[in-house]
Design a protein around this ligand. Structure first.
Ligand SMILES: Nc1nc2c(ncn2[C@@H]2O[C@H](COP(=O)(O)OP(=O)(O)OP(=O)(O)O)[C@@H](O)[C@H]2O)c(=O)[nH]1
Ligand SMILES: [Mg+2]
Length: 222
């Protein structure tokens, strides 16, 4: 069978947990730039899912219980592979990642395997502990991968779908985003960065510091 038949060009994977204020907006805005949105409801209990309008361009995957961002990303990646897409974008559901930047990711993906959003050129609005943790984790991952990693924790990314099979995360939580970088470097993927704005509003982080640090340390040893 010719694998170019029925090719979907672009998918966006949006994992979310209790984002009832923003999920409708982010899904609708993202659909302006991609063929399909794959939204993964990771055990939300605030009715987020019901805010997503019925649309045959939205594929909703539901975890009965909360499994973690890494686990949810892996489900989204598998679905995008199954759809035979060319490019896969990931973005957060809390409106920190403006969908109007998606075309810039596609442009860069013509010459890269993975494109990661970089916020570290603009940190006036970034909380101090995030500046510190992003700088530290990026420096450690740069040493581990021997590549210049500018913003290791940014979830706004673009991937050539054909490389996703080799970087699907095994870690379940936020540390999966670091694991992906390690696997990509190991598989000689071409990793690039594009500047995106740093946006922090009144949203509350769902990241738990102790869990995130412990997870990151484990990734350093894979
Ligand atoms: N699937 C899944 N997604 C989650 C989970 N926790 C958070 N998310 C989603 O992951 C995205 C990022 O979560 P945040 O809590 O904002 O984490 P962050 O952006 O890395 O941290 P901040 O810099 O503090 O904003 C959002 O879209 C959340 O809804 C989870 O347990 N499972
Ligand atoms: Mg956030």
């Amino acid at each position: 069978m010719n694998s170019t038949l029925n090719r979907v060009e672009t998918c966006a994977v949006i994992p979310f947990l209790n984002e009832e204020k923003t999920i409708k907006d982010i899904v609708e805005k993202t659909l302006e730039y991609v063929d399909f949105v794959i939204a993964i409801d990771d055990g939300s209990n605030d009715g987020s899912e019901s805010k997503i309008a019925n649309n045959n361009k939205v594929i909703l995957i539901k975890n009965k219980i909360n499994r973690g961002k890494g686990y949810s990303l892996s489900l989204g990646f598998r679905k995008s592979i199954e759809l035979n897409s060319l490019y896969t974008i990931t973005l957060d559901a809390d409106l920190q990642h403006p969908p109007e930047y998606i075309p810039k990711f596609f442009d860069k993906l013509r010459v890269s395997d993975i494109v990661i959003g970089n916020r570290m050129h603009d940190f006036k609005d970034m909380p101090a502990q995030r500046i510190l943790s992003n700088k530290l984790t990026s420096a450690l991952l740069s040493m581990k991968t021997k590549k210049k990693i500018l913003d290791s924790q940014c979830g706004f990314r673009g991937y050539r779908t054909k490389i996703l099979g080799s970087i699907i995360p095994e870690f379940l939580g936020f540390e999966a985003e670091s694991e992906i970088i390690v696997k990509a470097a190991r598989n000689n993927c071409k990793i690039d960065f594009i500047n995106i704005p740093t946006i922090y509003g009144d949203e509350k982080t769902k990241m738990r510091a102790v869990q995130a640090i412990a997870g990151f340390i484990k990734v350093l040893f894979v």
